[in-house]
Design a protein around this ligand. Structure first.
Ligand SMILES: Nc1ncnc2c1ncn2[C@@H]1O[C@H](COP(=O)(O)OP(=O)(O)O)[C@@H](O)[C@H]1O
Ligand SMILES: [Mg+2]
Length: 349
């Protein structure tokens, strides 16, 4: 690992914001730190950047301990959510700032700024002030400023979250292109699972100040380890073993040992829906979403969400039968019991 964080702990008074968090980033890797608001993402990024002090644990870069190195000596580039440019400096002065304080020659700065403006596709704005640019343009300039000094690691804290959907999607792809072109190891904080799925080589999923799962986007979507990850990474049908036994008995064979409570996680697109006058389920509603249809289906154990592509064979009120291939079911640890989305089962007396 190039950058490592080992057992990082951070407390604010009696509140533990990070509890023995360990993560790593390889050279050239694009890593997304994903989790709900308040789970500790920014805190972890600030510790790595050197903007806050660890209460425990250690951070190393290329084998060297960084824990006591001040932020300006870490050689990291940082982009925050918004409004981080110096408002009274031109775009060119903003981008060249880091080079200037390192004593680079004027001609070198001018040339480098011109290259970076090309790289972020804004060659015409060198003499403008940040306030004259759109939010998306300001974030491109913030990215150019962060990479101007050839950072050893790029740290991005929700750089897209203040932008509207279309600009967000464009800039997301461009951040990835720039990162690939330059090969800078990057840690990007986001609370948006789609963004993380689209961008990351590796996703680190956090909740309540701890890391809950690390893996590729495919791992987190298709092989979530806990109920929290399953629910956070998109829509899922979470069924108790009893429910599974009623609806899809052949899936029970894939159930792990019963040391902990498990739920079956079945993604909506993994359920095959077949019109069947004798079927045990009924189509309750159909939502047309362009590239797919999302159906709510009443089953003997409660409402399931099903997604279908292509021609939809049924209408509201139709009877259907449901099928799931054994490999399409993932058993997850129920870390948020008591289950709330399971409609069947015994009601406690
Ligand atoms: N300076 C601080 N003082 C007290 N509590 C803080 C401070 N900074 C963050 N926190 C708390 O730590 C938790 C994690 O915050 P943060 O890292 O900003 O979360 P995220 O970026 O994932 O939304 C939150 O509950 C937040 O209120
Ligand atoms: Mg944050």
């Amino acid at each position: 690992m190039y950058l490592t964080v080992r057992d990082a702990t951070k407390t604010y008074g009696t509140f533990t914001a990070l509890d023995r968090v360990s993560i790593g980033i390889e050279k050239g890797e694009f890593v997304c730190l994903l989790g709900p608001s308040g789970c500790g993402k920014t805190t972890l990024l600030r510790l790595i950047a050197g903007l806050a002090d660890l209460d425990g644990g250690e951070i190393t870069l290329d084998g060297a301990n960084l824990s006591h190195l001040p932020a300006r000596k870490r050689g990291f580039g940082i982009v925050f959510q918004s409004y981080s440019l110096f408002p009274n400096m031109t775009v060119a002065e903003n981008i060249g700032y880091g080079l200037k304080i390192r004593g680079a020659a004027r001609a070198e700065i001018v040339a480098r700024v011109a290259d970076l403006l090309e790289l972020v596709k804004l060659p015409q704005v060198a003499d403008k002030l940040p306030g004259q640019l759109s939010g998306g343009q300001q974030q491109r300039i913030a990215l150019a400023r962060a990479i101007a000094v050839d950072p050893r690691v790029l740290l991005l804290d929700e750089p897209l979250s203040a932008l509207d959907a279309k600009v967000r999607a464009e800039l997301r792809d461009e951040i990835r292109q720039v990162q690939r072109a330059l090969g800078i190891p990057t840690l990007m904080v986001t609370h948006d699972q789609e963004e993380a799925l689209a961008l990351a080589d590796k996703i680190i999923c956090m909740n309540h100040g701890v890391v809950v799962q690390v893996g590729t986007p495919e791992d987190l979507y298709h092989r979530p380890v806990t109920r929290f990850v399953a629910e956070f990474m998109g829509t899922s049908n979470l069924l108790s073993p009893d429910d599974v036994g009623q609806l899809f008995p052949d899936l029970l064979a894939t159930r792990p040992g019963a040391a902990r409570a498990h739920l079956a996680c079945i993604r909506p697109e993994q359920i095959d829906l077949v019109p069947d006058a004798d079927g045990a389920a009924t189509v309750r509603s159909i939502n047309f979403l362009g590239n797919l249809r999302r159906l709510e289906v009443d089953s003997p154990v409660g409402v399931l969400t099903v997604e279908t592509h292509g021609v939809n064979p049924c209408r509201t009120g139709d009877r259907v039968s449901l099928r799931v291939a054994p490999e399409a079911c993932t058993w997850v640890i129920d870390d948020e019991a008591p289950a709330k989305s399971i409609q069947s089962g015994a009601v406690p007396a």
